[in-house]
Design a protein. Sequence first.
Length: 70
Amino acid sequence: MKYFGRVKAFDSILGHGSLEQETGGSDLNFERGALAWDSKKTPPTAGQRLSYDVGSNSNRQPCAINIQTI
């Protein structure tokens, strides 16, 4: 199931970011590898609307995966 949200922050150097879910709830973290485009050429920017799926990271915490631009 696809969800939608907006980028709150993205650190291009570390390759980590967070997004605010449109449906509410806690912010989700994500890593550069979850992006479906070359983020080195076009990194996500604060306020950018994205679609994503919800998965879990190595610590079994919810995170955004399969992130795509809209």
